[in-house]
Design a protein around this ligand. Structure first.
Ligand SMILES: [Zn+2]
Length: 126
């Protein structure tokens, strides 16, 4: 259920994939008792650290614990980047990647630093 930064899904063909429906299905399953909090609040420690130290803060309340706001963590994959992707958070870094040759894909993950809720939100080609 959690985000695995070392094995990204195939890059989106048309440039953008939205995972909101999948996210909502997980939350609906949790609310109906089909999934436990342990099942869905399983962010890897590195993902939680990235959410705390190198992410885009939001004003969106965590849909699970409602005690914190979620952060968006951006992982970019592509040529000459580490196999586990690179965590990128500033427009200057995005601009630097866009100037490179090759196809780069950004995966945006929603993470609650407090309860470890996490889900892929969208993927897009830079
Ligand atoms: Zn939470």
């Amino acid at each position: 259920m959690g985000y695995v930064p070392v094995s990204p899904q195939a890059p989106p063909v048309d440039g953008h994939v939205d995972y909101r429906l999948a996210r909502q299905a997980v939350l609906n399953n949790f609310k109906s008792g089909g999934l436990s909090r342990l099942d869905i609040c399983d962010a890897h420690p590195e993902l939680r650290r990235a959410a705390t130290e190198y992410s885009t803060p939001t004003t969106d309340e965590c849909p699970v614990c409602t005690e914190d706001t979620v952060a968006h963590v951006n992982y970019v994959f592509g040529p000459r980047l580490p196999a586990h992707g690179r965590c990128i958070n500033t427009e200057a870094e995005f601009a630097r990647i866009r100037r490179r040759k090759g196809t780069f894909t950004c995966y945006v993950v929603e993470v609650c630093p407090t309860c470890a809720w996490n889900h892929l939100l969208r993927a897009y080609v830079l």
